[in-house]
Design a binder for this molecule. Structure first.
Ligand code: 4NP
Length: 164
């Protein structure tokens, strides 16, 4: 069996967007029979060791996903231990680009919504490609994030099917 493809989802706090992207994409990859290992991290360290945000858990469970999450901070060596690093917004992307620059042979770095089948034609800098930060927002804000990561996960699954 070929080695599994390792994908990491990255946001700021690792309590809202990236844990959702991790859980949702893991389910899509599993359903498609892909040999993929998915995890997530935050560029910040404020919540290290904590669970996901309660609204993150609520909306995931509402849609039938299971989550068992412990926050971790992104480490530079993840760029050599993952095949694909996926940022949620342009601020995460910029922080990660800085780390990648200082890392020889850094892996591919993309935005989550670049994989959305309806948005993939947009340049990486396009403002519509962000998964907005729902921290402190309403449950509907979290549901909107979940819609976005579900849609992007469909395209990401197709992308990896084409690569594996
Ligand atoms: P996330 O949301 O990046 O989607 O996990 C945030 C969570 C916490 C903070 C910021 C964004 N914070 O500043 O603590």
């Amino acid at each position: 069996m070929p080695d599994e493809t390792k994908v990491i989802m990255v946001c700021l706090g690792n309590i809202c967007r990236s844990p959702m992207a991790e859980v949702v994409f893991r389910q899509h990859a599993k359903d498609a029979g892909l040999n993929v290992l998915v995890d997530s991290a935050g560029t910040g360290d404020w919540h290290v060791g904590q669970d996901a945000n309660k609204n993150t858990i609520k909306v995931l469970v509402e849609r039938g996903y299971e989550i068992d999450h412990t926050v971790k901070q992104f480490q530079p060596h993840f760029f050599t231990q993952r095949d694909l690093v996926i940022a949620m917004d342009h601020s995460n992307l910029k922080d990660l680009q800085k780390i990648a620059k200082a890392t020889p042979d850094a892996s591919e770095l993309r935005l989550m919504r670049e994989f959305d089948p309806t948005l993939g034609h947009l340049a990486q800098s396009h403002p519509e490609l962000i998964v907005p930060d729902p921290y402190g927002g309403t449950l509907d804000d979290f549901r909107e994030v979940l819609d976005m990561v579900e849609s992007a996960s469909i395209g990401l699954t197709e992308y990896l099917k084409g690569r594996l």
